[in-house]
Design a protein around this ligand. Structure first.
Ligand code: OAD
Length: 250
């Protein structure tokens, strides 16, 4: 299986990766579904919807600040670094992620499309203000503030710049992702349950336009039925093995 996956990748002309929470599991970032998943302990509709935020912004902000604090300490793992290396080698053209944790960027991926936003960015609920707290070095100070965060321009409430249930995905990111999927002759799908749309269309588009689908996941997912190669394995281990083979092939 690894053999076949590495041959396909090494021979591809325009490969992309599509990732989900599972790629960051080995970095200590909890996934959403499955055993120990976030949505086992919390109800998404109470924490990750615009209605929840209107009803109880303190509760929603406390959940996001908890996640920001946790993700802030997380470091990229072997799988994130492998994708950055594959891009450097010219094999991978882009990483399309559903993750908000910034770990692909930290590992060095350059062409990164974030479909669900970024947990370190905040934006105003009224005006166009947005800020990347991590880049501005304001994250720690932000996390200890007790009051609800307010916009420095118009004093309205700030919100996390992430996509909540029932909200549209950022137009530009989605258009770019779909274009890449149409162009790709291979998609490497890592660590996603493949049940959240429209993101989950990405591997389907690649498949429908004649491309190959390689999946890495210790469990079967919504993508498994369309996978040409299914590596039933945690991301770090699979990517390490894959990289060794690819380097031997090129
Ligand atoms: P999920 O939590 O739904 O799925 C995580 C997947 O990762 C599962 O299929 C696991 O089997 C797999 N997995 C677990 N450990 C792994 C490992 N070490 N290596 C590889 N895979 C592993 O996460 P997503 O598919 O990313 O959306 O969820 C999609 C969206 O649903 C998220 O972006 C989020 C969530 O609600 C929003 O917040 C809008």
């Amino acid at each position: 299986m690894i053999e076949e996956a590495s041959k396909l990748l090494a021979r591809s002309r325009f490969a992309i990766a599509f990732t989900g929470a599972g790629i960051s599991a080995e970095s200590g970032v909890p996934t959403f579904r499955g055993f120990n998943g976030l949505w086992k302990k919390h109800r998404p509709e109470e924490l990750a919807t615009p209605e929840a935020f209107r009803k109880d912004p303190h509760l929603v902000w406390s959940f996001y600040k908890w996640r920001m604090g946790l993700i802030m300490k997380a470091r990229p793992n072997r799988a994130h670094y492998a994708l950055a290396e594959l891009e450097e080698m010219g094999i991978l053209k882009a990483v399309i992620t559903q993750n908000v944790d910034d770990l692909h960027r930290e590992a060095g991926t350059k062409n990164l499309i974030e479909l669900h936003g970024n947990i370190f960015r905040v934006r105003c609920t009224s005006c166009g203000y947005e800020e990347n707290l991590k880049e501005n070095g304001r994250l720690e100070e932000f996390l200890v503030q007790k009051d609800l965060p307010k916009c420095p321009n118009c004093d309205s409430l700030l919100r996390p710049d992430v996509v909540w249930f029932g909200e549209p995905l950022p137009r530009k990111a989605l258009d770019e992702a779909f274009k890449l999927a149409e162009k790709a002759d291979l998609v490497l799908v890592i660590g996603t349950s493949g049940v959240v749309y429209p993101a989950a269309y990405i591997p389907q588009i690649v498949r429908e336009t004649g491309g190959k689908v390689i999946e890495v996941n210790p469990e079967e997912s919504g993508i498994t039925p369309i996978a040409d190669v299914f590596l039933r394995c945690p991301a770090g281990e699979a990517m390490e093995k894959l990289m060794k083979r690819i380097k031997g092939l090129i």
